[in-house]
Structures are given as structure tokens and as C-alpha cells.
Design a protein. Structure first.
Length: 67
């Protein structure tokens, strides 16, 4: 599965790198929403994918902080 490989890659990173990935993903989500509002977005499924990736990153950060 593609998502399990992505989660494994996330778990290999440290918290600082994960924070940077989270910031990048949130900026991408903002840009996708802006494009969608102005009818410039072709692949609307990308919004859902980025939202799930943000949740995955936040979950891994939480797991690492609890250890």
C-alpha cells in the first residue's frame, strides 16, 4: 500500500523534520483550496489526500512526543 510506505518514511524522521513536512502540507492545502475556490483545480481528490497526509504527520508527531 502507498500509505503504509508513506507512514514508514514519516516514522524514520525526527520531530523537527516532521514539523517542516506539516508546514509544507498545510501550505499546499491552502493553495489547493484557493485554486478550488477560483475553479482552477483539476484534481479535487488531491485536497482529500493532503488532508489525510496532514493527519498522518500529526499522528506520528504525537506518537514521538509521548515516548
Amino acid at each position: 500500500m502507498k500509505s503504509s510506505k508513506y507512514v514508514e518514511d514519516l516514522k524514520a524522521k525526527n520531530v523537527t523534520e516532521l514539523q517542516e513536512d506539516l508546514t509544507t502540507a498545510k501550505k499546499e492545502l491552502f493553495n489547493l483550496r484557493f485554486q478550488n475556490a477560483t475553479n482552477q483545480l483539476d484534481n479535487t481528490g488531491r485536497i482529500k489526500e493532503v488532508r489525510k497526509n496532514i493527519a498522518r504527520i500529526q499522528t506520528v508527531i504525537t506518537e514521538k512526543c509521548q515516548q
